[in-house]
Design a protein around this ligand. Structure first.
Ligand code: OOB
Length: 541
């Protein structure tokens, strides 16, 4: 197996420890400590189910013993694809306790993506619900095992396990649990938004991730009396760590799981459980603001709404307090690390017009021009970042690492930002070719590769089109060969390839050819830019 590591230079690691940022704790330490301090406090609420910290710990230990009894071993990597259900937490904390490594897939991912994660991560296990939202994950597990036989163990965390192993809920006392991981070990693997090609694997350590969570608690005002609503998919880095369900559990607070982020599902939960804080992507924040004036549900407990994942316009940001009666906190983060927040006591203009400033005094942020030279504050440039919770390398991907990191260890975020006085950042856009569709990142290259596999597609280019609601939507320009495929049929064919629905182009435009310059070939990037400009000019003419 390819070793799973995330290493900072020794001198920097020592400085992060000396500063008290890396506390030398593991995820299992945190759960054990909270269960000892406040065993009866409510950790998780899922529908009518409430798990105390003591119960969550007991269930995590039962799950850990179950994985070992099923044949998984410490160090094994396990793809976890669970929706917002209580078992997400027992399954994942069970893996931590058994010193296994969760690799988080989103419920929307389909066989093509899950097989890529399992192969690249060399996974030995797969944890799923039986079904969710009308989709049978057991069928997907069968397909995965056929494609990637190394995935020997499938654990079903909720519902009928069929031929697979149910997630253990009672502790098998005959199974000894292993020693805990070291705090500097990789705790889990997140998936990158993927600006080029397939998603990359992001190994995060106990030390670095827990730091980003507890420091976020300080910035977002999370304490043991907070109630955090998980409205977005729990496996995504934003609702996990900003300050997220991990921040909330770190604080000894209560985590409420919403099965969907829509106002008609989330508002009753806010009222019933007196939710104090939650996070949303911009399109959902718009929906919530639209629905709030008519709702019969009492939203007055909500203190803080975090909005991030994609650019929130100042006009929309200005409406948050009047519509929802809470403080807006903009968050600009990435699964690779760096997270910026506006502060709760910032003035209104800063809150609505900027995407905040970094969490840590030890975050190093550079804004540079195309040649890598720093630009003056107020001038747009490429954002590079390095620090106590920003990764130094992707897993098992030398090509991506060579492109994504500078020689001195800065991560090239791919974002174009302006730095303002006080270190606040204003996001201007992306340097790379990806589409940020309501916070879901779509790699143009990955989708083009799928389209090119169609027998009647000669060439294809994917571009982002501004969309009032989604922020950006995807448009595929396709040159057909032979019988031109109908756009709807092409979309259906894409879905049948087993990819997440959000990657299927929103719009397909058939064209005869792509313009080239007199000099002949142009880059894909330039081609996409021209197609996009031509399309937008046509729309407005
Ligand atoms: C979050 O994480 P990812 O990994 O899905 O995506 C990261 C990218 C950033 O590089 C940036 O391009 C974009 O998403 N982004 C924003 C933004 N927040 C993220 N662009 C403009 N304004 C914002 N506020 O999306 C994520 C991770 C942790 C916390 C919040 C979001």
């Amino acid at each position: 197996m390819t070793p799973l590591r995330q290493d900072w230079p020794a001198d920097l690691a020592q400085r992060y420890r000396d500063a008290g940022f890396w506390r030398g704790e593991t995820f299992s330490d945190v759960l054990r400590a909270r269960a000892a301090e406040r065993p009866d406090a409510t950790a998780i609420i899922d529908g009518e189910r409430r798990w105390s910290y003591a119960e969550l710990l007991a269930r995590a230990e039962a799950a850990a013993a179950g994985y070992l009894a099923a044949g998984l071993r410490p160090g094994d990597r396990v793809v976890v694809q669970l929706p917002n259900i209580a078992e997400f937490f027992s399954a994942v904390f069970g893996l931590f306790r058994a010193r296994m490594i969760p690799l988080y897939a989103l419920p929307a991912h389909r066989i093509t993506e899950v097989a890529h994660f399992a192969r690249r991560g060399e996974a030995a296990g797969y944890v799923i619900p039986a079904t969710h939202d009308g989709f049978d994950y057991r069928a997907q597990a069968r397909a995965l095992q056929a494609e990637v036989p190394a995935v020997r163990h499938v654990v079903v965390a909720a519902g009928d396990a069929a031929e697979f192993t149910p997630l253990a809920t009672e502790r098998d006392a005959s199974v000894a649990l292993p020693d805990d991981a070291a705090p500097s070990d990789v705790a889990f693997i997140q998936i990158s938004g993927g600006s080029t090609g397939l998603s990359k694997l992001i190994p995060r350590t106990h030390d670095d991730y827990l730091y980003s969570c507890w420091a976020s608690n300080d910035i977002c005002g999370v304490t043991d009396s907070s109630v955090f609503l998980v409205a977005l998919p729990a496996a995504h880095n934003f609702p996990m760590s900003s300050p997220g369900h991990i921040g909330a559990l770190y604080a000894g607070a209560t985590v409420v799981l919403s099965p969907a982020p829509a106002p008609d599902v989330a508002f009753p939960l806010i009222a019933r459980h007196r939710v104090t804080i939650t996070g949303l992507v911009p399109p959902l924040a718009l929906l919530w603001m639209q629905a709030a004036p008519q709702t019969p549900h009492d939203l007055s407990s909500l203190d803080v709404l975090l909005v991030g994942g994609a650019k929130f316009t100042p006009e929309a940001a200005r409406r948050v307090r009047p519509a929802l009666g809470c403080t807006l906190q903009q968050v600009f983060g990435m699964a690779e690390g760096l997270v910026n927040y506006t502060r709760l006591d910032d003035d209104e203009e800063t809150i609505v017009t900027t995407q905040g400033r970094p969490i840590s005094a030890m975050d190093e942020v550079l804004v540079v021009d195309d040649a890598g030279a720093p630009v003056p504050d107020g001038t747009p440039g490429h954002l590079l970042a390095r620090g106590p919770y920003t990764i130094r390398a992707y897993h098992n991907d030398a090509g991506a690492n060579a492109r994504a990191f500078t020689e001195d260890g800065f991560y090239r975020t791919g974002d174009i930002v302006k730095r303002l006085p006080g270190g606040y950042l204003e996001v201007q856009g992306r340097a790379g070719d990806h589409i940020n569709r309501a916070g879901e990142k779509i790699s143009a290259e990955e989708v083009e590769d799928h389209l090119l596999a169609h027998p009647n597609v000669f060439d294809a280019a994917i571009v982002s089109i501004p969309d009032e609601f989604l922020g950006e939507r995807s448009c595929a320009f396709v040159i057909p060969q032979g019988a031109a495929p109908k756009p709807a049929a092409l979309k259906a064919w894409m879905r049948a390839r087993g990819i997440a629905a959000f990657k299927v182009p929103d719009q397909v435009v058939l064209v005869e050819r792509f313009e080239t310059t007199a000099a002949g070939k142009i880059s894909r990037k330039e081609l996409r830019a021209r197609l996009r400009a031509g399309f937008l000019a046509e729309q407005t003419s």
